[in-house]
Design a protein around this ligand. Sequence first.
Ligand code: 3PG
Length: 307
Amino acid sequence: MKKVLVATDKPFAKVAVDGIRQIVEKAGYELILLEKYTEQSDFVKAIENVDAVIIRSDIADRAVIEAGKNLKIIVRAGAGYDNIDLAAASERKVVAMNTPGQNSNAVAELALGMMVYMARSCFNGSSGTELRGKTLGIHAYGNVGKYVAAIARGFGMEIYAFDPFVPAITMEKDGVTPVATVEELYSKCQYISLHIPANSQTKKSIGFDLLSKMPKGATLVNTARKEVIDEDGLLKIFGERPDFKYLSDIEPDCKAEFSENYTGRYFFTPKKMGAQTSEANVNAGLAAARQIVDFLENGVTTYQVNK
Ligand code: 3PG
């Protein structure tokens, strides 16, 4: 009997686990659950005899992949697959996939939710500002960026986007104004919402030069990855510009400097929360389970991210 492991340090909602179980058992496979594990060695041990694994932000490094002696497929239930060692997977002929788009609405709602929270002075009773009429720059117009644009349109924001991989017409159809350069986006927009992946080109790419172009009353919103921020540059802009604010779905490494010096100008989720809704868990978790069955039964490799 084939075995499917769900290894989630941050567990899915029960309704999603039930749905995954149904798909896996209907295919005649066994489901094994490893939730809220504290040691990486627990993951290494649990993967030993399984054919497939579903993960979230869990680290599927070389040690994990090599421990999976029967492993054929690993699916990241979510968008970003920077937590999978793709080279190690390819060497072992393990197919790696993600489930693009499945948790995008949840992430977009969090981005706008954090913006409202900060614009209203963290709901501390003092007078705040509104989003209506403010400029919003969407940095990378993929699945999440599109949802952010749709919600921000409802707020009456003026929306711009930069994405060299997306045709201008796609943005224009959504009521979004495309800009030609990343510098132009940051110069125009009071709010920047980041949706770039974390890879060798993008890590530490958002730094002082870019952020200093933002107009007065700037807010950077990061529901992507903390690794894309050059934190030295971010701290420099915070030191120079008292109007600058930062919202991040996960604490930056330099969170101590923020709590010491910049109270009221930032908000960080303690754990990555973007995809933490039962709807997103169901969408991404069930998609992952279906992709595993489709691959193991029919060799379907849609959404494969390694070569
Ligand atoms: C993603 O890349 O899909 C999001 O960052 C969600 O991550 P999570 O599944 O760990 O919440």
